[in-house]
Ligand binder design. Structure first.
Ligand code: NI
Length: 156
Protein backbone atom coordinates (compact mmCIF):
# COMPACT_ATOMS: atom_id res chain seq x y z
CA UNK A 1 0.00 0.00 0.00
CA UNK A 2 1.09 3.55 -0.56
CA UNK A 3 -0.06 7.02 0.30
CA UNK A 4 -0.95 8.86 -2.88
CA UNK A 5 -0.86 12.58 -3.54
CA UNK A 6 -4.24 14.29 -3.29
CA UNK A 7 -5.34 16.39 -6.27
CA UNK A 8 -6.23 19.92 -5.15
CA UNK A 9 -9.39 21.74 -6.15
CA UNK A 10 -7.29 24.34 -7.97
CA UNK A 11 -6.12 21.61 -10.39
CA UNK A 12 -8.47 21.28 -13.39
CA UNK A 13 -8.07 17.47 -13.23
CA UNK A 14 -10.49 17.41 -10.27
CA UNK A 15 -13.23 18.64 -12.66
CA UNK A 16 -12.93 15.66 -15.00
CA UNK A 17 -15.70 13.06 -15.23
CA UNK A 18 -14.67 9.60 -14.03
CA UNK A 19 -15.29 6.50 -16.14
CA UNK A 20 -16.97 3.25 -15.11
CA UNK A 21 -14.76 0.47 -13.77
CA UNK A 22 -14.82 -2.46 -16.19
CA UNK A 23 -12.35 -4.88 -14.61
CA UNK A 24 -12.39 -5.79 -10.91
CA UNK A 25 -8.78 -6.89 -10.68
CA UNK A 26 -5.68 -6.48 -8.51
CA UNK A 27 -5.04 -3.07 -10.00
CA UNK A 28 -8.40 -1.84 -8.71
CA UNK A 29 -7.76 -3.41 -5.29
CA UNK A 30 -4.38 -1.72 -5.08
CA UNK A 31 -6.02 1.61 -5.93
CA UNK A 32 -8.65 1.08 -3.21
CA UNK A 33 -6.03 0.01 -0.64
CA UNK A 34 -4.00 3.11 -1.42
CA UNK A 35 -7.12 5.26 -1.13
CA UNK A 36 -7.78 3.87 2.38
CA UNK A 37 -4.24 4.57 3.44
CA UNK A 38 -4.30 8.06 1.93
CA UNK A 39 -7.64 8.93 3.48
CA UNK A 40 -6.78 7.62 6.92
CA UNK A 41 -3.49 9.48 6.98
CA UNK A 42 -5.46 12.69 6.45
CA UNK A 43 -8.29 11.66 8.82
CA UNK A 44 -10.90 12.08 6.08
CA UNK A 45 -14.39 10.57 6.03
CA UNK A 46 -14.50 9.94 2.30
CA UNK A 47 -12.25 9.87 -0.76
CA UNK A 48 -12.88 9.41 -4.47
CA UNK A 49 -10.46 7.91 -7.00
CA UNK A 50 -10.28 11.18 -8.94
CA UNK A 51 -8.80 12.76 -5.81
CA UNK A 52 -5.76 10.53 -6.14
CA UNK A 53 -5.54 11.15 -9.88
CA UNK A 54 -7.47 8.14 -11.21
CA UNK A 55 -10.60 8.72 -13.31
CA UNK A 56 -12.50 5.65 -12.15
CA UNK A 57 -15.99 5.70 -10.69
CA UNK A 58 -14.99 4.54 -7.22
CA UNK A 59 -15.07 6.06 -3.76
CA UNK A 60 -14.67 5.00 -0.14
CA UNK A 61 -16.29 6.26 3.03
CA UNK A 62 -15.56 5.72 6.71
CA UNK A 63 -18.34 6.91 9.01
CA UNK A 64 -18.13 5.79 12.64
CA UNK A 65 -15.81 2.97 11.56
CA UNK A 66 -18.30 1.76 8.95
CA UNK A 67 -15.91 1.36 6.03
CA UNK A 68 -17.50 0.90 2.62
CA UNK A 69 -16.19 0.85 -0.95
CA UNK A 70 -18.48 1.93 -3.79
CA UNK A 71 -17.62 1.08 -7.39
CA UNK A 72 -19.80 2.34 -10.29
CA UNK A 73 -22.38 3.76 -7.88
CA UNK A 74 -25.87 4.92 -8.86
CA UNK A 75 -28.10 6.92 -6.56
CA UNK A 76 -31.51 5.26 -6.87
CA UNK A 77 -33.65 7.29 -4.51
CA UNK A 78 -33.40 10.30 -2.24
CA UNK A 79 -35.75 11.91 0.26
CA UNK A 80 -35.80 14.83 2.67
CA UNK A 81 -33.26 17.61 3.10
CA UNK A 82 -30.43 18.31 5.51
CA UNK A 83 -27.78 21.00 5.86
CA UNK A 84 -24.39 20.11 7.30
CA UNK A 85 -21.03 21.83 7.02
CA UNK A 86 -18.81 19.99 4.56
CA UNK A 87 -15.12 20.01 3.88
CA UNK A 88 -12.96 18.06 1.44
CA UNK A 89 -9.44 16.65 1.38
CA UNK A 90 -8.97 18.40 -1.99
CA UNK A 91 -10.09 21.76 -0.56
CA UNK A 92 -7.70 22.64 2.23
CA UNK A 93 -7.51 26.43 2.06
CA UNK A 94 -11.22 27.30 2.08
CA UNK A 95 -13.63 27.13 5.03
CA UNK A 96 -16.13 24.34 5.55
CA UNK A 97 -19.56 25.28 4.28
CA UNK A 98 -23.21 24.31 4.32
CA UNK A 99 -24.57 22.23 1.46
CA UNK A 100 -28.14 21.04 0.91
CA UNK A 101 -28.22 17.25 0.71
CA UNK A 102 -30.98 14.66 0.87
CA UNK A 103 -31.63 13.35 4.37
CA UNK A 104 -31.87 9.80 3.11
CA UNK A 105 -30.25 8.13 0.10
CA UNK A 106 -30.55 4.70 -1.47
CA UNK A 107 -27.51 3.85 -3.54
CA UNK A 108 -26.61 0.87 -5.68
CA UNK A 109 -22.95 0.01 -6.27
CA UNK A 110 -20.46 -2.83 -6.70
CA UNK A 111 -17.89 -4.00 -4.19
CA UNK A 112 -14.26 -4.63 -5.15
CA UNK A 113 -15.08 -8.17 -6.32
CA UNK A 114 -17.85 -7.02 -8.68
CA UNK A 115 -20.79 -7.95 -6.45
CA UNK A 116 -23.69 -5.52 -6.60
CA UNK A 117 -25.26 -4.21 -3.39
CA UNK A 118 -27.86 -1.65 -2.36
CA UNK A 119 -27.50 0.58 0.68
CA UNK A 120 -29.95 2.98 2.27
CA UNK A 121 -28.32 5.53 4.54
CA UNK A 122 -29.14 8.81 6.21
CA UNK A 123 -27.63 11.76 8.08
CA UNK A 124 -23.81 11.97 7.81
CA UNK A 125 -23.50 8.81 5.77
CA UNK A 126 -25.95 10.21 3.19
CA UNK A 127 -24.00 13.49 3.08
CA UNK A 128 -20.76 11.63 2.57
CA UNK A 129 -22.17 9.37 -0.15
CA UNK A 130 -23.56 12.38 -2.07
CA UNK A 131 -20.35 14.40 -1.65
CA UNK A 132 -18.18 11.55 -2.95
CA UNK A 133 -20.60 10.65 -5.73
CA UNK A 134 -20.43 14.28 -6.91
CA UNK A 135 -16.63 13.96 -7.22
CA UNK A 136 -17.15 11.30 -9.90
CA UNK A 137 -18.76 13.99 -12.05
CA UNK A 138 -16.22 16.68 -11.20
CA UNK A 139 -18.52 18.46 -8.76
CA UNK A 140 -17.18 19.90 -5.48
CA UNK A 141 -19.03 21.00 -2.35
CA UNK A 142 -17.80 24.54 -2.94
CA UNK A 143 -20.02 24.61 -6.06
CA UNK A 144 -23.09 23.99 -3.90
CA UNK A 145 -22.58 26.23 -0.88
CA UNK A 146 -25.83 27.58 0.50
CA UNK A 147 -27.39 29.38 3.41
CA UNK A 148 -29.58 26.88 5.27
CA UNK A 149 -33.16 27.83 6.08
CA UNK A 150 -33.53 29.13 9.64
CA UNK A 151 -33.34 26.34 12.22
CA UNK A 152 -32.09 23.78 9.65
CA UNK A 153 -28.36 24.31 10.27
CA UNK A 154 -26.64 21.33 11.87
CA UNK A 155 -23.25 21.87 13.45
CA UNK A 156 -22.32 18.42 14.67
NI1 NI B 1 -14.38 15.80 -1.27
Amino acid sequence: MAIREIVRHTDSFIRKKSKPVKVFDEKLWELLDDMWETMEERAGAGLSAVQVGVLKRAFIININNMRIEFINPTILHTSGKQYKKEGCLSVTDLPFGYVERPKKVTISAYDRYGNMFNLTCEDWTAVCVCHENDHLDGILYIDKLCTPPKGMEEDD
